[in-house]
Design a protein around this ligand. Structure first.
Ligand code: HEC
Length: 144
């Protein structure tokens, strides 16, 4: 009986240790998403955007599901659904990958989606202002 308990605890411990090792997401990350048109890449309307509203979209209200389900509550690409995807969701906390991804690029992909990946288009469920809010939330929270 005692031995079984010890084994159970060890198994649980290993499970969580492995789980949290994944939690960081890969960095640098392979990236399947294509570049947005040059004029959109240069766009940036985050100055007037609202990061708090963006957080609500990211954590809860985005459709068909919250961004965090894939990109993770910490923005590291380690959301519950993300683990099953190929390619993996973007790890926003990975400076090496994110340094070449502008606000405009993010806006474009959130609006139009990324072909051949799990990243769906949100152009019909989010207004442009709301997309800028979520871009601001992601960039001000994780992109360093
Ligand atoms: C079903 C899982 C899933 C959901 C939900 C999801 N994404 Fe993604 N996202 C992905 C995947 C997969 C990629 C592509 C990774 C790659 O390029 O290799 C991606 C890519 C991105 C990129 C990267 C663009 C680039 O140029 O590299 C941004 C920004 C992004 N998502 C933002 C969001 C936001 C904001 C939401 C919520 C409104 C969201 N995503 C919801 C899976 C998801």
């Amino acid at each position: 009986m005692k031995k079984t308990m010890v084994m159970t605890i060890l198994t649980l411990f290993t499970f969580f240790a492995v789980g949290s090792a994944y939690a960081g997401g890969k960095c640098p990350q392979p990236r399947k998403t294509k570049a947005a048109p040059a004029n959109v890449v240069k766009m940036d309307k985050t100055a007037k955007a609202d990061a708090a509203k963006g957080k609500a979209i990211y954590d809860k209200t985005a459709k068909p599901m919250a961004c965090k389900m894939c990109h993770g509550a910490k923005g590291d690409g380690a959301g519950k659904l993300g683990a099953a995807l190929k390619p993996k969701p973007r790890n926003f906390a990975c400076a090496e990958t994110m340094k070449s991804i502008s606000a405009g690029q993010m806006f474009h992909v959130i609006k139009k989606g990324s072909k051949g990946t799990g990243m769906v288009a949100h152009g019909k469920t989010l207004k442009d202002d709301q997309i800028w809010d979520v871009v601001k939330y992601i960039r001000s929270t994780w992109v360093k």
